[in-house]
Write a protein that binds this ligand. Structure first.
Ligand SMILES: *Cc1c(COP(=O)(O)O)cnc(C)c1O
Length: 578
């Protein structure tokens, strides 16, 4: 690919072509000599045959050779999955750095296979339905087809010159997701990024430009600029505040209520204080589905507060960005016909879906959103998207063609490089998303999401039967469950109520929290890895009454193959334990 249009080499070629009209090669030599070039030597000495062999092996399309190796890899992956008793191999970090060997002689595709195979074999695909410890599940096979197609063409989404129709696919995928999220949005736009962190970064950056116009060029000029999130928000917001240059200390955390939703009354109070102090408030990151407990912020109320208070103090309204990295997939249920109930959901589930729909309606009020398709979309990494509700808001990120010299032909109407943080961008996201959305279909997605909610509800209900357990996120509508397990005889809910009321002395609290952790560790030791699910543990699930961080056991239902029996077995294993 030629980036510099006026390279001397190209000029020379053009000149030679003109000279051919005079059928005078000599003239060309003369001309090039005049320009200071000598004709290329013809006795180019590199081993021609070996070179030819190299090119044939690695750059010519040898379909049988490629298919053979793909089949071998697929078989190995299937074998690993079929035998769930097989332990995952342990890492060998000690010599990974000491032996970064590179073969000396050119090999073939099998050498490529062998170079990665031990690590491929030793890596868990998270396909096991007993994996419940975090927000990651198996990737779906429609996504695999999409990702594979993308790798074969290897488009670069920086400008449409390097991606052709793949750029069109990005527009389509973003619009499809925007329609799910914002309902009937007029003019959405967005891009795929390498992760939720980067998608959140875009939202925060728009906010900074809103309150410090021209910060992209002139910087913050020593002004105090703050961002706001909830105490249960993802740690990536800290990363972003640091990298943006406003500083991690300028990211203010608003406490949450018991359901892990930002306290809007405290937000209003804080915002008023900040404006009184003449502080610039660039953005509020609301969370739609906190990583541990699936708390959902009240988006409509946050919008109302931001608009009203900023108007009162004559400040630009902060960017309202929603981190829906985990929670966005609930929007598949946003217009599920509860009355007709085609999926035959139980009454309890219909009630949950109704609450989901109320939460989803909040998206209409926000400026931008982060979606991780690689989480509840069960897509391959990376397939994260940043989407704005109104395309004109991208003006806060855009640069001139003059700032992106080798995209001199770039057109701001369709070339993302003029506003993206990244230059080269993989097209995996659009391929993964469109293949998954259309392979599985809306009804399929509704079934997958509803089933996750059903499994979480089953576990919550089961745990509630035990006096020594307390479900901490009882009323969040998501696929995750956070809870305490205490020794037999303890009244978990009474202890929790005293904690909330501020009546639990510190030493008692430490004792109970220690018990919650030790029982989790004990289960890890005695569990049967062939039958018992792997559960997660968090030292702080997000709700912090009186500033106290609360530990919890954790299960996330992302794997569609997890069964009722697996959930019941969790309950059994807890009863056995204590
Ligand atoms: C996972 C997560 C992120 C970060 O996303 P990555 O894709 O891992 O960078 C941000 N916010 C929330 C709520 C998350 O769960």
């Amino acid at each position: 690919m030629v980036f510099t249009r006026k390279s001397p080499g190209r000029w020379l070629l053009v000149t030679c072509a003109a000279d051919r009209a005079f059928r005078s090669l000599r003239a060309c030599f003369l001309l090039s000599a005049k320009l200071g070039y000598s004709p290329l030597a013809s006795d180019f000495t590199m081993q021609r045959d070996n070179y030819q062999q190299l090119v044939e092996t690695f750059f010519q399309w040898d379909q049988p050779a490629i298919v053979t190796i793909l089949e071998e890899l697929l078989s190995a992956a299937a074998a690993g999955e079929a035998d769930q008793s097989m332990a995952i191999m342990s890492q060998n970090y000690e010599t990974a750095q000491a032996n970064p060997e590179i073969h000396v002689l050119p090999g073939n595709l099998k050498d490529a296979r062998d170079a990665i195979f031990p690590f491929f074999w030793g890596t868990d695909g998270w396909n096991n339905p007993l994996h419940l410890e975090n927000v990651r599940g198996p990737a779906n096979h429609a996504s695999l087809i999409g990702a594979f197609a993308c790798l074969l063409k290897n488009p670069n989404l920086c400008t449409d010159r390097y991606s052709q129709r793949s750029n069109e696919l990005e527009v389509k995928a973003i619009t499809a997701l925007a329609n799910l999220i914002f309902y009937h949005t007029q003019d959405p736009w967005g891009v795929f990024t390498i992760g939720g962190t980067i998608s959140n970064f875009y939202g925060a950056k728009i906010g900074v430009e809103r309150v410090v116009p021209g910060a992209m060029q002139a910087g913050l000029g020593g002004q105090r600029v703050v961002g706001i999130c909830s105490a249960a928000s993802h740690y990536s917001n800290q990363t972003i505040a640091g990298w943006l240059g406003i500083g991690t200390q300028q990211l203010l955390q608003i406490p949450t209520d018991e359901n892990l939703a930002m306290r809007v009354d405290v937000l209003e109070q804080r915002l008023t204080e900040l404006y009184r102090d003449q502080t610039k408030v660039a953005y509020v990151v609301a969370t739609f589905g906190t990583t541990d407990g699936f708390g959902i912020d009240d988006l409509a109320s946050i919008r109302e507060v931001l608009d009203r208070v900023s108007r009162e103090y004559q400040q630009p309204a902060p960017q309202l960005h929603v981190d829906a990295a985990v929670g966005w997939a609930l929007t598949f249920l946003a217009d599920y016909a509860i009355q007709e109930n085609p999926l035959e959901l139980s009454d309890r589930m219909k009630n949950i879906v109704e609450r989901v729909q109320r939460h989803c309606a909040g998206f209409r009020h926000v400026d931008s959103v982060t979606i991780d398709f690689h989480k509840m979309g069960r897509g391959h990494y990376p397939s994260s998207a940043f989407i704005v509700n109104r395309r004109q808001d991208l003006k806060y990120l855009s640069r001139d063609v003059a700032d992106t010299p080798y995209f001199s032909e770039a057109d701001s109407r369709r070339d993302p490089a003029l506003f993206t943080l990244e230059c080269s961008r993989p097209a995996l996201g659009p391929y993964i998303v469109m293949a998954s959305l259309n392979g599985i279909g809306l009804t399929g997605w509704r079934m997958l999401v509803a089933r996750s909610l059903e499994l979480a509800e089953r576990l919550k209900q089961g745990l509630e039967q035990f006096d020594f357990c307390r479900v901490l996120n009882r009323h969040t509508t998501g696929p995750s469950v956070n809870w305490w397990v205490l020794p037999q005889g303890r009244q978990a809910s009474a202890i929790y109520d005293r904690l909330l009321a501020g009546e639990l002395p510190e030493d008692e609290r430490q004792r109970y929290f220690g018990e919650v952790r030790r029982l989790h560790q004990k289960r890890e030791k005695v569990m049967d890895p062939k039958l018992d699910a792997h559960l997660g543990f968090t030292t702080n699930y997000g709700f912090r009454p009186h500033g106290i961080e609360i530990p919890a056991w954790k299960a996330v239902f992302f794997n569609p193959r997890t069964t009722d029996e697996i959930v019941d077995r969790i309950l059994f294993s807890i009863e056995e334990l204590i």
